[in-house]
Design a protein. Structure first.
Length: 512
């Protein structure tokens, strides 16, 4: 097992927060300024040390209400701007993100525990998201429909108004940019509640958007807990649509809350994705792909390739390569650029992963690599776990059915193509999947037959803001990214104009 560095690097939380918050008390970003929370206090914990570094206060219903009123006003100002001007402001938000790339990456790394090599890439992607949707802003227009009457009928794509967005802790700023940029592009105001465990970079994005010239109220960031602030936001009568990224259990609750409020939802939920390796694949590339699929981000990724399906004829050889690779991945301080796997984000998740590994072993799975905390002082206190490979797994075992959301891969053998597809599809989820093969016919057959919203051929985990993303089955509904993601934030209005000089009266009585 490789430890990236001997000791934890200096963690100066104050210096990491200073560029974005100065000495101000951190609350929620409401109407272009910080607003103090009114609810209970809670701590932010550094996952690498397990120690609290900041106390925050839950926003609560009163702050949510103030935020919604400001968002409603801000949206009217925003929608009244020329579309090209909205695009220019979005572009400038992207520029602000680029200008603060390193500072945002460090803030994300110390507060969310993600390795700095990952957060640098994720922050850059946030800039790209604003730039991509900046280009769309003045290209959104409707159709003229050749209706059979004498009317001119056309459509106008219009914003919903105020969108409530709820996000998880695994990729905080990435997920915030992913949903804020298209919501604003379509002319909405967005009220985003990040996970209570990782709100800082989303709050920083709020401040940067003001510097870019975004009118007050168009972006709100609520700092607070799900059951208080999250519920208040999703059920508020100003909310016109809810976009949720998180676990299936919370997604079901939020969909019910939204339904009671008669607003639509987009749900981006979890997965149990199948990564399928055929005997004819380039096994060296496939083993690297399998590691990236499950171990990057310490497996805290919705698209993680947590079920590794390997053709029986190459099973032993492939598993040996995988175990060897897993044992050499540098685990350690997320601030160290050499680290590839940092800590699990929080203690509850750490314990969930440990519990799932234990339950898997009780069902007959065998730990072939990892399965425990790395040795060495550096990883003694934080929520570190070695990359874990489980053998002897059958697809009907709990470990193959439940999302683990950690660096744990279950290796499941298969015999032939039909068998691989059947195992891949034997899951309530349908978020992603991949196939490794050198046969072009097989690659496309498998891609067509596996039920998943995203599928890779001889690759894994590449996503881009230009391409739609979303789930089948219990992985959710609706789409994010690309044109499809933008359409989720707009609704068409149909406008009818009579063009006949003397239209025939179809109904009623017109006095002379
Ligand atoms: P979670 O469902 O526990 O929490 C997500 C958010 O919901 C948090 O901000 C939380 O405060 C809030 N929340 C909780 N209850 C609420 C309620 N009743 N009303 C309003 N808000 C409420 O998820 P998590 O543990 O933070 O994240 C991990 C999950 O997210 C995994 O299942 C993962 O697969 C999923 N995820 C999915 C995607 C995707 O795009 N499909 C991306 C990232 C993460």
């Amino acid at each position: 097992m490789t430890v990236a560095n001997e000791t934890l690097m200096d963690r100066d939380y104050k210096a990491a927060m200073q560029p974005f918050f100065g000495d101000a008390e951190i609350g929620s970003w409401v109407n272009g300024a910080m607003m103090a929370g009114r609810g209970e206090a809670f701590d932010l914990i550094d996952p690498a040390t397990g120690k609290a570094f900041l106390e925050l206060k839950d926003a609560g219903a009163e702050v949510v209400d103030a935020a919604m009123q400001a968002a409603e006003k801000g949206q009217r100002v925003w929608w009244a701007l020329p579309a090209a001007e909205r695009g220019r402001i979005l572009w400038r938000i992207g520029q602000q993100v680029r200008d603060h790339l390193e500072q945002l990456a460090v803030l994300e790394t110390v507060s969310a525990g993600k390795p700095i090599r990952d957060t640098r890439v994720e922050v850059l992607k946030v800039a790209e998201m604003f730039e991509y949707y900046a280009g769309w802003a003045d290209k959104l227009h409707g159709d003229v429909i050749p209706v059979p009457t004498s009317h001119l009928n056309y459509t106008r794509p219009e914003p919903y108004g105020v969108i409530t967005q709820i996000t998880p802790w695994n990729a905080p700023i990435f997920t915030a940019g992913w949903q804020l940029a298209p919501a604003l592009c379509a002319g909405n105001a967005a009220v985003l509640k990040p996970s209570e465990m990782t709100p800082l970079t989303s709050l920083a994005l709020g401040g940067l958007s003001k510097k870019a010239g975004l009118p007050d109220g168009v972006i709100t960031i609520l700092t607070g807990l799900g059951m208080t602030t999250g519920v208040a936001a999703t059920t508020h009568d100003v909310t016109r649509k809810v976009v949720f990224v998180g676990s299936p259990k919370t997604g079901a609750a939020i969909a019910a809350q939204a339904a009671a409020n008669i607003v639509p939802c987009v749900l981006e939920l979890g997965g149990k994705s199948a990564n399928i390796v055929f005997e004819d694949a380039d096994l060296r590339r496939a083993v690297l792909g399998a590691q990236a699929a499950i171990f990057s981000g310490a497996g805290q990724s919705c698209v993680a390739g947590s079920r590794l399906l390997v053709q029986r004829s190459v099973l032993d050889r492939f598993v040996d390569m995988l175990v060897d690779g897993a044992n050499q991945i540098p685990v350690g301080d997320p601030l160290d650029p050499a680290t590839q796997i940092g800590p699990i984000n929080n203690l509850a998740q750490y314990q969930t992963i440990e519990g799932l590994i234990k339950a898997g072993c009780q069902e007959g799975a065998e730990v072939l690599a990892g399965g425990a905390r790395p040795e060495g002082g550096i990883c003694a206190d934080g929520y570190f776990l070695r990359p874990t490979v489980l053998g002897n797994v059958r697809n009907d075992m709990g470990i193959a059915r439940e999302e683990i959301f950690g660096p744990v891969v279950s290796v499941i053998p298969f015999d032939d193509e039909a068998d691989a597809i059947a195992i891949a599809n034997d899951s309530k989820f349908g978020l992603a999947g991949a196939v490794w093969t050198n046969r072009v016919d097989r690659a496309h057959r498998v891609a067509a037959n596996v039920r998943a919203g995203t599928f890779w051929i001889n690759s894994y985990k590449t996503i881009n803001v230009m391409s739609p993303f979303g789930g089948f089955g219990h992985s959710g509904y609706g789409r994010s990214s690309g044109k499809e993601g933008l359409m989720e934030y707009m609704q068409p209005k149909s406008v009818w104009t009579e063009t006949a000089e003397n239209p025939p009266a179809a109904f009623g009585y017109a006095p002379e």
